[in-house]
Design a protein around this ligand. Structure first.
Ligand code: GLC
Length: 474
């Protein structure tokens, strides 16, 4: 099995944005704002204070949620070759449409997804309502190309909303502006009459979604090809969305700012003061791709979640259900493992405030106030060298160089067991630890510090005591 993890380069890239991380933290500390709907979704710097305050109010739950479930499911799941198959393989519309006659999700699938997400520690979900293929999973008066009016005969969006509400997860809708099926979906770029029709259709579908399913928490737009935001009339569309759903948050994929940025398949903090959410697949495909076996391990997923939390961002993790809606075994197993870890260590993620500074090759950090959480993903024992190394490191030691505060106490987060430590100017060493990692896939050491903990990655290099060349002190 191939294990994917963040490259050192990506890690350094994120660390390089620590200024932005701090700013996101300020954003995360939300206050209550006015109740009225904002005039328009976020447009970026220079916004009136009332718009900023309203966004903070709407996003408060989202910042605390940290972890969400993305569900990419549609006709493409039947082909099982990625959600771009229609385009990438040049499948004619007349052929592709036939899939709607065979799209038969088994009863109760949406509840299966939601329960899996909830058990994994996810607090919200975002499900396809219409992907690039143009097929609507909801009931629409504007097209027959929708699940309730085809073989499926059910409004999957309604089932999903009901399942999510029943389980206490926040409800998000994914909606692709790009449409490979609608006759005006491409020619709208060059034919004004087609543009008007297609924009009316798009705004109409979004209106249905915002009107027919009660309170919706997130609108997650995707791919704005082939129009500009002006041509999509994105501002007008979002004004309508906020009028119908004053508490909703929208992403940035209409080409206008939106409330949060959406780095895809990588972890990257947004610029100062800007909320962000990394969306990521568990293998390499959003939609079901039966032959894609490039699975991330539970450890990689947990490490990614830690990385997002330390940067003040959210992690939206995808499942690509099979044709009948059941979740691929690998995804279900991984979510279960992540859920077990979250049930022991969740507060170190949910309550995390942005952490400033460096990392370690064997651990990452989150922070809450003056408490540092050391997330050890490579337990520093059991190395082949452990025995002969005992002359200078007699027990298993987790050591952190460059910590810029004094440690007051430490314990293993999951068990509460006290951890001994010693600290000098250069590093802190947690000692007396077991040879085998106490938790799996990541062990968290909770460290109470005197002040807000940061790690200066250059501190050891600059301040360590050095000797003359050629001497070894005894
Ligand atoms: C991309 C893909 C789309 C996928 C989405 C999720 O935009 O085109 O298929 O659902 O990313 O972020």
């Amino acid at each position: 099995m191939k294990v994917k993890s963040m490259s050192r380069r990506d890690y350094l890239k994120l660390l390089g944005t620590s200024g932005a991380l701090a700013a996101v933290g300020a954003n995360a500390a939300c206050t209550s704002g006015p109740k009225e709907a904002p005039k328009q979704a976020a447009e970026g710097p220079g916004e009136p204070a009332s718009v900023v305050a309203d966004r903070e109010r709407r996003m408060k739950w989202w910042h605390a949620a940290k972890f969400g479930l993305f569900i990419n499911y549609g006709l493409y799941s039947i082909i099982g070759q990625h959600e771009w198959a229609m385009e990438e393989e040049g499948i004619p519309v007349s052929q592709y449409e036939l899939l709607a006659k065979h799209f038969l999700p088994k009863p109760g699938v949406t509840m299966e997804w939601i329960k899996l997400g909830k058990a994994a520690g996810m607090k919200y979900a975002v499900m396809d309502t219409k992907h690039h293929e143009g097929f609507c999973l909801f009931d629409s008066k504007l097209t027959d190309y929708c699940a309730p009016r085809q073989a499926c005969g059910r409004d999957l969006v309604r089932e999903y909303v009901e399942a999510a509400r029943a389980e206490g997860l926040r409800v998000g809708f994914y909606y692709s502006l790009m449409d490979w099926h609608h006759p005006d979906g491409a020619r709208c770029a060059t034919d004004e009459a087609a543009r008007k029709r297609f924009v009316a259709y798009t705004h109409g579908l979004v209106r249905e979604l915002m009107t027919n399913y009660g309170k919706i928490d997130i609108l997650w737009y995707d791919v704005d090809w082939p129009l500009t935001p002006e041509q999509w009339e994105s501002k007008k569309m979002n004004d309508m969305v906020f009028k119908l759903q004053p508490d909703i948050i929208v992403n940035n994929r209409t080409g206008v700012g939106g409330d949060f940025s959406t780095p895809e398949q990588h972890i990257q903090a947004a610029e100062k003061g800007r909320a962000w959410e990394t969306c990521m697949t568990m293998n390499d495909s959003w939609g079901y791709q039966w032959a894609d076996d490039d699975w991330k391990s539970p450890k990689t997923i947990v490490r990614n979640l830690i990385m997002c939390a330390r940067g003040g961002g959210n992690y939206l993790l995808n499942i690509g259900p099979k044709p009948d809606g059941s979740v691929p075994e690998e995804e279900a197993r991984t979510l279960e493992a992540v859920g077990k870890w979250m049930s022991r260590n969740g507060p170190t993620i949910y309550e995390a405030e942005p952490f400033e500074g460096g990392g370690a090759p064997f651990a990452n950090f989150t922070r809450k106030g003056n408490t540092l959480y050391v997330h050890v993903h490579f337990w520093p024992a059991n190395t082949p060298a452990a025995n002969w190394l005992a002359f200078f490191r007699p027990t298993t030691v987790v050591a952190i160089g460059g910590l810029q505060t004094k440690v007051k106490s430490a314990r293993l987060f999951a068990s509460g067991k006290k951890v001994d430590f010693r600290q000098d100017d250069i590093s802190v060493q947690f000692t007396g630890l077991p040879n085998k990692a106490p938790d799996d896939p990541v062990t968290v050491i909770e460290v109470e510090c005197e002040s807000e903990p940061t790690v200066n990655g250059l501190y050891v290099r600059e301040h360590r005591k050095r000797y003359k060349v050629g001497t070894i002190e005894s």
